[in-house]
Design a protein around this ligand. Structure first.
Ligand SMILES: [Zn+2]
Length: 264
């Protein structure tokens, strides 16, 4: 299947290809992930996602930004003024574009679609910025706070680990390496992070080859189960906590008050 900007997010493309976001969906909740692949369930387009897309479009090109603004009337009030979150997003964009190093990592081809076979299955990826000449690719992330800590059940982690952006960067590096260009080495993955704060913070975050190899081993260990559920060979297990599971929840008993904080 040939991918284009138009069909990249289509159901057909999601059925044929694995992607990092699909993989992460399956690890979070197999039942919801499978329903999403089959087109039976859709995540609600959250405001945070639209804000992220606004910033992405602005950092991609003037044409992409103009197109985004004309396609998404909901970013304006009835008086045709930009809504408050997007005024904040403009500060984020200015903060990035006024920085020399940010401008350097934003140089390159934008929104590049790549495909490759990893672990015996076809994968797709869309890289925000690909610059093979400089040996680097960059993903833009809009985050609440760049140095925020998240409790993962065992220890505090950064937003990178919390949202598995380390997995994303590693898989993207491997897809790029395998995607047809003669390049035996990994490009350097970087994340350009900008925060949604009144005064936006920013960082360019880089990763090393050991991390890439470690995360690829992790994906390789999980992908068998993911694919057997996706192919229908094994039954999906619901997490019991996500919006999809809640929407289908049927009670089969009562809960003792002291059990409410127990893990499901
Ligand atoms: Zn669930």
């Amino acid at each position: 299947m040939k991918l284009t900007p138009e069909n990249y997010y289509s159901q057909e493309a999601n059925e044929y290809y694995m992607s990092v976001s699909q993989y992460k969906d399956f690890l979070k909740c197999e039942a919801a992930a499978l329903a999403k692949v089959k087109g039976e369930y859709q995540d609600i387009k959250k405001d945070a996602l639209l804000l992220g897309s606004y910033v992405h479009a602005a950092l991609e090109s003037e044409e992409a930004f103009d197109l985004f603004k004309s396609d998404n009337a909901e970013i304006y009030t009835a008086k045709k003024e930009l809504k408050a979150p997007y005024k904040m997003a403009n500060k984020m964009i200015d903060s990035v574009l006024s920085d020399d190093l940010c401008n350097i990592v934003l140089e390159g081809d934008k929104e590049v679609i790549l495909t490759a076979e990893l672990f015996g299955i076809p994968w797709k990826a869309k890289l925000d910025v690909l610059n093979r000449w400089n040996g680097r690719f960059t993903d833009i992330k809009t985050v609440k706070g760049i140095r925020d800590k998240y409790w993962n059940g065992q220890r505090y982690v950064s937003f990178i680990q919390q949202y598995q952006y380390d997995v994303q960067m590693s898989v993207y590096a491997e897809i790029e390496r395998l995607s047809g260009v003669e390049n035996p080495d990994y490009l350097e993955p970087t994340i350009l992070a900008v925060s949604k704060e009144d005064v936006p913070d920013k960082e360019i975050i880089y990763f090393d080859t050991e991390l890439i190899q470690e995360k690829l081993r992790e994906v390789s260990g999980n992908i068998g189960r993911v694919m057997s559920v996706k192919r229908g060979d094994e039954q999906p297990v619901g997490c019991g906590k996500c919006d999809y599971c809640k929407s289908r929840k049927k009670l089969d008993g009562m809960t003792y008050y002291l059990d409410l904080l127990e893990a499901i």
